[in-house]
Design a protein around this ligand. Structure first.
Ligand SMILES: NC(=O)c1ccc[n+]([C@@H]2O[C@H](COP(=O)([O-])OP(=O)(O)OC[C@H]3O[C@@H](n4cnc5c(N)ncnc54)[C@H](OP(=O)(O)O)[C@@H]3O)[C@@H](O)[C@H]2O)c1
Length: 333
């Protein structure tokens, strides 16, 4: 089959279009014919080698973390899916590889694709949808009447998280650049701060939660927009000790994470707010809950561009530009 693979780690390394063997199907996996795949900054960060400590992939390997497609074969222990099912998924770490014609995914990480979405639309959802779900529902336990500050409302995670937070009944503040202000308001944000002309920490205060997706300076400023007892959930680092425990990191890696998050944790303690790092996980059951929200019309996909399969490197470069409005998708079939 055709796949786009990482041969060497590096910022400037292109993915190689290769002919590779079909994935070996394990007993609890379904083999999915990939119709469309979403592109994420995680793909870029893995390719550059930035994630080697957490996700040490051995080269060469196929990249890609989002799939929508059709089940073509199932392992003997699979109960919920059969050939012909239209599904979508964020495959588990170390079983990635959706920039390919076929991918094998654990049954527990797959869900039936929302009926009202095309394959391209469905492929735009899993990674960012699960990230927003795990941050807002699992970690922040966001409730009706609460206030949340979601950074970068025009990005892949932001566009989904704004819609989810509104569905949960929260008041949402976000940041974006001048050209996207009206567009992000249309998505449902109540307060939009144009980061080109205004400092969000001067205008926001008393928030129950922050979803941090930007750099360290933004993270420190974000702590001050929280009320006492509020919580900051960061998806862009620094990783903390609890995360090290979750991934069963070796002792040394745990100590590195303790040191990396020390300054942030100290500042959070002083302000009497919570800090935690989130690295999203695959989940078929959470995807099913997301499917219900999409089919009810509460959340819609936001797609910036669809690239052909041959242009996978161009799609990745477009995401790396940091200017995408919503999601970037590759049509594989
Ligand atoms: N830990 C996890 O599990 C996890 C999961 C998903 C994503 N992430 C991370 O979260 C971050 C965001 O991911 P994403 O997929 O949403 O990225 P993305 O879609 O590539 O983000 C692009 C958007 O960011 C906006 N932006 C850029 N600089 C900004 C700033 N200073 N303030 C506000 N908005 C800004 C841009 O809007 P303008 O053009 O208007 O500037 C653009 O719309 C990445 O670092 C990604 O790796 C982590």
């Amino acid at each position: 089959m055709k796949a786009f693979v990482v041969d060497r780690y590096g910022k400037n390394e292109s993915l190689r279009a290769a002919d590779v063997p079909e994935p070996v199907l394990r007993e609890d996996e379904v083999l999915i014919q990939v119709h469309a795949t979403g592109v994420n900054l995680l793909d870029s960060k893995i390719r550059s080698g930035e994630f080697k400590l957490i996700l040490p992939y051995h080269t060469p390997f196929a990249l890609g973390h989002d799939v929508a497609g059709v089940v073509v074969r199932v392992g003997p222990r699979v109960r919920q899916f059969k050939p012909g099912d239209e599904v979508y998924s964020r495959p588990d770490d170390f079983r990635i590889g959706t920039f390919a014609e076929l991918v094998a995914v654990k049954e527990a990480s797959v869900a039936i694709k929302p009926r009202n979405l095309s394959m391209e639309e469905a492929a735009s959802i899993p990674l960012v949808g699960l990230t927003a779900w795990q941050a807002l529902v699992e970690k922040a336990k966001l409730r009706r009447g609460q206030k949340i500050f979601i950074q970068a409302g025009s990005g892949g995670v932001g566009t989904f998280a704004i819609q989810l937070a509104k569905h949960l009944g929260a008041t949402v503040a976000t940041t974006t650049s001048t050209g996207n202000v009206a567009w992000v308001k249309d998505l449902g944000a109540d307060v939009v701060v144009d980061y080109k002309t205004e400092a969000f920490d001067k205008v926001l205060g008393g928030y129950d939660a922050v979803l941090n997706s930007q750099d360290g300076k933004t993270l420190v400023k974000s702590l001050s927009v929280l009320r006492v007892g509020g919580q900051l959930i960061s998806i862009s680092g620094p990783p903390d000790v609890q995360f090290a425990q979750e991934i069963k990191a070796p002792w040394l890696v745990k100590q590195v994470m303790r040191v990396l998050s020390f300054g942030t944790r100290r500042k959070a303690n002083r302000l009497k707010v919570g800090y935690s790092f989130l690295f999203m996980k695959a989940s078929g059951s959470q995807l099913r809950q997301i499917t219900a929200l999409i089919e009810s019309g509460a959340i819609r996909p936001v797609i910036d561009k669809v690239f052909p399969f041959e242009a996978t490197n161009e799609a990745l470069a477009y995401v790396e530009s940091g200017r995408a409005k919503g999601k970037v998708v590759i049509k594989v079939r």
